[in-house]
Design a protein. Sequence first.
Length: 262
Amino acid sequence: MGLVAQDLSFRYPGADKNVLRGINLTIPPGTTLAIVGVNGGGKTTLVKVLMGLYDHQGSLLLNGQPIASYDPATVHKRTSCLFQDFSKYSFTLRENIGIGNVGRMEDEAAIKEAIERGGATAVLDKVGMEGRETSIRPKSHHSGVPEQRASLSGGQWQRVALGRAFMRANEADLVVFDEPSASLDPRAEAQLFERIHSLSHQHGRRSSTIFISHRLSTVKRADQIAVVEDGTILECGTHAELMAKEGRYSELFRLQKAGFED
Ligand SMILES: Nc1ncnc2c1ncn2[C@@H]1O[C@H](COP(=O)(O)OP(=O)(O)OP(=O)(O)O)[C@@H](O)[C@H]1O
C-alpha cells in the first residue's frame, strides 16, 4: 500500500492544540518506514492517523485515493497492527493468536506459522495450543481465591501479541508495529526485526511496514527513518543520509552507541 500525507494535522478532542502539525510523508508500496523520537513527540498518534483510525486535517492518500473514500472496514481488513497497549485476552493460545485473523482461526498451519514468526514457539511448548495458562483464571467458586494473572512473562505476552499481528501480516498491505520489541531479549529482538524487514521486501510483495522503535540499532535498515518531535517530522531519510546530516537522529544514534561502549 502506498501512503502520501500532505500537510496533515491532528488534535485530540477537547485538546487546546494540535498534536500533529504539517506532516508531509511519502511511503511507497513495499517499503519500510521507521519512526523514532522522544517520548510524547507524537509517534503513536501519527501511525494511528496514517492507519485511518483518527480523523485528521490535510490530505492522506492510500494508493492514490483519499482515505475517506474507502470503507473503513476495507482499510481495517488491509492492515495489521500491534500497539504498545496490546490485549492479553483471557483465551487459549490458539484464540489469542487466531483472533488476528478470525477467518483462519481453525487453520492450524497458519496459527503455527504466526506463532513461529512472533517468536512464541516456547510459549506454545509451555502451554500448548489450547492452553489456558495464557488466560486470567476465573475465580474459584469454592475457595473464593482471587483471580490470578497467568504464568506468562511480559516478553512472552509480547511474543503472543506479535504472533497475532503476524496472523494477518501476509495478507495486509500495511503492517504497523509500535515498539514491538520493548519486552524482548536481544536475540528475539534481532530475529523480529529480520522478519519485519522481510515483510516488505519479500519478492513480489507490495505491502508497507511502519514501525516505531526507541532502539536505533533496529531502524538502520529501514528504507526511511522519520524523526518525530513535538508533533512534526524534524528529519526524514535513510540512516546514511541522516547520519551525514548530523542533526537530531545522528545525535540520538551516537548517544545510544556511546552508552554501549562505556
Ligand atoms: N487519547 C489521547 N487524548 C489526548 N491526548 C493524547 C492521547 N493520546 C496521546 N495524547 C497526547 O499526545 C501527545 C503525543 O502522544 P503519543 O502517544 O503520540 O507520543 P509518542 O511519541 O508515541 O510517545 P511515546 O514515545 O512515549 O510512546 C502526548 O502529549 C500525549 O499526552
